[in-house]
Design a protein around this ligand. Structure first.
Ligand SMILES: NC(=O)N[C@@H](CC(=O)O)C(=O)O
Ligand SMILES: [Zn+2]
Ligand SMILES: [Zn+2]
Length: 451
């Protein structure tokens, strides 16, 4: 296959040839089609690396009414995400070899490539779990979230030791429940139709609780020389703590320590407590939405290059579950399909450079987790590619998205959506820009640690 006349993220015009092995054969000017070669004419559009979303919850096994590997991966493909990493808080939780195998069998339905993380509970079985092709250990929950997998400091220390001994990275959900503010949940928050919104959740799960837990996790990791990735940092203070740890661990010659990384979600970049009020219980997630001031400071750190990875924490729940009242509604929002679109809209409006976006969604997550064939449009890399008209935004509406949960916290914001998504050279998603009609390919997804 030959893609002709595309513009790369750095502005260069190039033709890209994809080999029969699904890898990029050549990135050059003036390539001519061979006899019988399929040609995609890409003039006027950008060709970007498919996003590597290292944080999704596709809910199988155990939560198929919220999302399945089929529906979640369709949503990913339609958003230009070509690799996803599934988290362990499923039912059963992915804490031993059998649970890993059960999930791996279901993941065969995935349209996009995937990794499967292992989790930690009091019942975990490190021997059988690490025997499987794990993507990473985590997210390790330092406080309860969906699935109630919160663990204490001793078990966290054990988990770091077990993973580090085997060279496996550890991803951490860092909140300290002892610093939550119980008073925020006083009063009648339970019933449908009460005035309670996710703003109370934001007051409850405090910013201090996140920052303290991040500092504790970084200290525990430094003691052991562990490779640690802090998931969904929602405060600028937590990002700064990660940047500081990275600089401290450096070799004294200005080289950052690559063993300490963090990720930020689109919801913490584009939504704040101001929006929480109109989102009602649909704006409840962990960690919660923060003040508009903190949101802006977080966005500034992304633009400045302090944030390593943007990942979605795609956490779909059914509409009727989210309507149960603030205390009983589950935490989490979907987002895998709107990751690239929201960031590309920020490129269009001049708030971010296209190269920054490419790096935080593709090149950086691939490098941070050792995926040496993912995340770049370059010779030898997997042809995981996205074609997009970066001048053509549309309004985000749940009805046009593909997650089984059928709602989005970003309703009404603008996004720049892909026209075409390839996974190792196979078309997994195609949208007719004129009619909007979408079509999907076959489930070609593979475990990226099996390759
Ligand atoms: N973020 C959330 O609020 N929810 C996630 C779990 C998690 O990442 O904490 C979920 O699985 O629903
Ligand atoms: Zn989490
Ligand atoms: Zn999560």
């Amino acid at each position: 296959m030959l893609i002709t006349g595309a513009t790369l993220a750095d502005g260069r015009g190039r033709d890209v040839r994809i080999g029969d092995d699904g890898r990029i054969d050549a990135v050059a000017e003036g390539l001519d089609a061979d006899a019988g070669e399929q040609v995609i004419e890409a003039r006027g559009r950008h060709l970007l690396p498919g996003a590597v979303d290292v944080h999704v919850h596709f809910r199988e096994p155990g939560g198929s009414h919220k999302e399945t590997w089929a529906s979640g991966s369709r949503s990913a493909a339609a958003g230009g995400v070509t690799t996803v990493v599934d988290q362990p808080n499923t039912s059963p939780p992915t804490v031993d070899g059998d649970a890993f195998d059960e999930k791996a069998a279901l993941a065969a339905e995935s349209l996009v490539d995937y990794g499967i993380n292992g989790g930690v509970t009091a019942d975990w079985d490190p021997e059988s779990l690490f025997d499987r092709p794990l993507f990473a250990l985590g997210e390790v929950f330092l406080a309860d979230s969906t699935g109630d997998m919160g663990i204490d400091a001793d078990l966290f220390a054990d988990a770091l030791d077990e993973a580090t001994a085997r060279g496996v990275p550890v991803t951490v959900h860092a909140e300290d429940a002892t610093l939550f503010d119980e008073r925020a949940l006083d009063g009648d928050l339970g019933g449908i139709g009460t005035a309670a919104t996710a703003d109370a959740w934001s007051a409850y799960r405090t910013a201090d609780a996140e920052v303290a837990a991040v500092e504790r996790a970084l200290a525990a990791a430094a003691e052991r020389d562990a490779r640690v990735h802090i998931t969904h940092t929602s405060t600028p203070e937590a990002v700064d703590a990660v940047v500081e740890a990275r600089e401290e661990g450096a070799d004294g010659e200005g080289t950052d320590d690559p063993r300490v990384t963090c990720e930020v979600t689109p919801h913490h970049l584009y939504l704040s407590r101001e929006r929480a009020r109109s989102l009602g219980t649909f704006g409840r997630m962990n960690p919660p939405l923060r003040s508009e001031e903190r949101r802006e400071a977080l966005f500034a750190r992304l633009a400045a290059g302090d944030v390593d990875v943007v990942a979605t924490d795609h956490a779909p729940h059914a509409v009727d579950e989210k309507r149960r009242g603030l205390v009983d509604a589950p935490s989490g929002v979907p987002g895998v399909e709107t990751l690239y679109p929201l960031l590309l809209e920020s490129v269009r409006t001049g708030e971010l450079s296209l190269e920054r976006v490419r790096d935080v969604v593709a090149a950086n997550p691939a490098a941070a987790f050792g995926l040496d064939r993912k995340g770049r449009v370059a010779e030898g890399y997997d042809a995981d590619l996205v074609l997009v008209d970066t001048t053509d935004p549309r309004e985000i509406e749940a009805a046009a998205l593909h997650s089984a949960c059928a709602w989005t916290p970003f309703e009404g914001l603008r996004g720049v959506f892909p026209e075409l998504t390839l996974v190792r050279g196979e078309v997994v998603y195609e949208r007719d820009p004129a009619t909007g009609a979408a079509s999907f390919g076959e489930p070609v997804g593979r475990n990226v640690r099996d390759a």
